[in-house]
Design a protein around this ligand. Structure first.
Ligand code: RUQ
Ligand code: CUA
Length: 677
């Protein structure tokens, strides 16, 4: 007997019993008295169940707030980065059910991503320095925005390890593009979008020479640099336009996180930094290790970038092209008032702009405060050119005291901040392992809720927009320790769902996430996502969003031998491939064009070819092209890899590679008679 099953079944019984009671009470929110009444009304069976399972009233309330019956959809989508998985994880809230892994920077066999069709080209477009990359460290997903609100159209995500940015279209949840600038080697302050998704921001992390050249470390100050990259996004086409994108050169401080201004702060981008010391390690070369030398100074710099002005400069050609990418050099940026610094205490981390755009909140990390900067004050200081000094590169520095509205004493290790609809902010506090709720208006700490454990980011419903929803918050905990049944030394991450709708914060659910180290997530109202059910017209190639020139219609399946190789025009429909036998010759260049003719939702077929590392997922209406060389003679079964119908096992065929005809060799000469004897 499956114990979990029986638990789950019993929970459902409990939840239904309680729900019935609640509904009969007029559907009011369950306080604990309500739960007690409900439990009473649920009868002795329910009381016993709670007792047997050792469930408190708070537990049962939490269950009722997350349980989502069959067929009912979640209210929100949570888009979480998949960390080292190089992908994006889509989770329903409040049920915390995983809905999808979107393959982005790494091959993913179920989606047939990177196993033969043009998704190979998308993956290959992200290769760097001549190396094939098959992993990424996806960090910050960013939903596209219109007027500062998530619009549900696109998702962007950055790869910290290899400084790349990807575009996912939310009409089919497919990665359409990967771009990299050739300029920087790692990124962290990405991706963040400007309020109308004109630009996707990607900021470097570890300084390095632009373009990946070799320069020894003792030239660090002169030759190493950071950059804030503004990727121009073409909404109509749903693609980034590298030629219209540009970067702003930054000094070699370790730029960390970024955010775009909104409303009153629209036109600015903000980025914190953690290594104004410009340390670069050397613990075996007579220098202090990175870790301690990074944190010598009491203050680092909040970078304030006027991207609207930068855009004008780029349009006016005030850029230098480095490795094919347009860069506004530091001197030009300074000259044109594009870049300003403001001190920020002490190796800070997150920077988050409040919903009204007025406040910029920086988490202290090694300082116990969240510092709240005022855009109004910043703008005035910039306009008055009131500087406190300049950094070694000539960047003007504004006064810390005159830029801030105040500080909130939060606790040990404040990192990232999210917002609700009641004027509250929620800051993750790493070392103390709590989320701290505080009030934006009077900068007062309200409440702390323990996290289990080591909370990094947190994501509130629509929490990065101009109009957050409140309702739910997900704490993204790096450690799980004792929360789940042990699975060896490598433990899952823990996503903890928190209810924001009551006076007190209530923990609702722990979700183990055993994939990569998800860094950040954004939560969007589900009704904003308009996902397509099938590809229309039939023969659509998801990677071009167009009907493919090689799309195959039913009845027009064929094999054509052309100068460039053998073209196989194939269709898939329940429950056969046409043709189901393919003959080619050893050494043939094969072009397989295959269309799934299905028009029914969820009628996906797979296509696997034995021993060729080819596996496609053909969603209804989808077309794929596969090119390969049939270099080994043999008999290779091909079959459908999705259990599509009762005759799924019969959806198969043979791919026959005939050996090259052996050249007729002259018969070996008879051995000469041995002489002598
Ligand atoms: S961050 S360490 Cu988003 Cu806090 Cu990368
Ligand atoms: Cu088609 Cu299984």
């Amino acid at each position: 007997m499956d114990r979990r099953r029986s638990h789950a079944a019993r929970m459902v019984v409990a939840a239904l019993a309680l729900t019935t009671t609640v509904l009969s009470q007029g559907g009011c929110d369950l306080g604990s008295a309500g739960v007690a009444r409900a439990a009473d009304a649920g009868g002795p069976g329910l009381q016993k169940l709670m007792k047997d399972r050792n469930l408190s009233e708070a537990d049962v309330t939490a269950a009722l707030k997350t349980y989502t019956p069959t067929g009912r959809h979640d209210e929100y989508y949570l888009f979480a980065s998949g960390g080292h998985g190089g992908n994006v994880i889509v989770i329903g809230v409040p049920s915390m059910r995983i809905l999808k892994y979107v393959a982005v920077f790494t091959p993913e066999p179920w989606q047939g991503y990177g196993y033969g069709d043009q998704s190979d080209d998308i993956l290959a477009s992200g290769n760097r320095h001549g190396h094939t990359l098959s992993w990424a460290d996806t960090h910050h997903p960013a939903l596209s925005e219109t007027k500062g609100d998530y619009d549900g159209r696109y998702l962007f995500i950055g790869d910290k390890a290899n400084a790349r940015v990807a575009v996912v279209d939310l009409k089919d949840f497919v990665t359409k593009q990967i771009v990299e600038s050739n300029l920087i080697e790692s990124d962290h302050g990405g991706t963040f979008v400007t309020p109308n998704t004109d630009y996707v921001i990607e900021t470097s992390q570890y300084p390095s020479p632009f373009g990946g050249e070799y320069v020894p470390l003792d030239k660090f100050d002169e030759a190493y640099r950071g950059a804030m990259i503004f990727w121009k996004f073409d909404r109509e086409k749903g693609r980034i336009v590298p030629a219209e994108s540009f970067a702003v050169e930054l000094p070699p401080y370790t730029q960390d996180l970024a955010d775009a201004g909104k409303l009153v702060s629209d036109g600015f981008a903000f980025c914190n930094s953690i290594n104004t010391e410009r340390a670069y390690g050397g613990d075996m070369e007579g220098r202090p290790p990175m870790e301690s030398s990074y944190s010598q100074n009491d203050m680092d710099y909040l970078h304030v970038v006027d991207w609207r002005k930068a855009e004008q400069l780029a349009k006016a050609g005030k850029t230098e092209t480095i490795k094919g990418f347009r860069v506004i050099r530091l001197a030009t940026a300074i000259e044109n008032d594009i870049l300003h610094f403001i001190p920020e205490p002490k190796s800070p981390h997150g920077v988050d702009v409040s919903p009204d755009g007025k406040d910029i909140v920086v988490g202290g990390k090694l300082d116990t405060h969240a510092t709240v900067y005022s855009i109004e004050k910043i703008k005035k200081l910039i306009a008055d050119k009131k500087y406190e000094g300049k950094d070694p590169y000539g960047v003007p520095i504004l006064s810390f005291q005159e830029s801030i509205r105040g500080q909130v004493e939060i606790g040990l290790g404040p990192l990232h901040t999210q917002f609700d609809d009641q004027g509250n902010a929620y800051t993750s506090v790493f070392i103390e392992s709590v989320v701290a709720k505080w009030n934006l208006k009077d900068l007062k700490l309200i409440e702390k809720l323990p996290a289990h454990y080591n909370i990094g980011h947190l994501a509130a419903a629509e929490g990065d927009t101009v109009s957050p929803d409140g309702r739910f918050l997900v704490m993204m905990d790096k450690w799980a320790i004792d929360r789940f049944a042990p699975v060896g030394p490598l433990l899952p991450q823990n996503f903890q769902l928190v209810d924001l709708s009551q006076d007190k914060l209530q923990l609702l659910y722990d979700m183990p996430l055993p994939l990569g180290e998800p860094h950040y997530a954004q939560m969007i109202k589900a009704d904003k996502i308009h996902a397509e059910e099938i590809y229309k017209p039939a023969g659509t190639n998801p990677l071009t969003d167009q009907k493919d020139p090689f799309a195959v219609e039913g009845g027009k399946e064929r094999v054509e031998r052309k100068p460039d190789g053998v073209h196989i025009y194939m269709t898939a429909i329940r429950s056969h491939f046409t043709p189901d036998i393919v003959h080619v010759k050893e050494g043939d260049q094969v072009h397989l064009h295959i269309t799934n003719l299905e028009q029914a939702q969820d009628a996906t077929h797979g296509f696997a070819l034995d021993s060729h590392n080819i596996q496609l997922s053909l969603e209804p209406g989808e077309h794929a092209n596969v090119d390969f060389v049939a270099d080994k003679p043999g008999v290779f079964p091909m079959y459908c890899t999705e259990f599509c119908s009762a005759l799924h096992l019969e959806m198969a065929g043979y791919f026959l590679v005939e050996p090259k005809v052996a050249e007729t060799k002259p018969a070996p000469a008879k051995p000469a008679k041995r002489a002598g004897g």
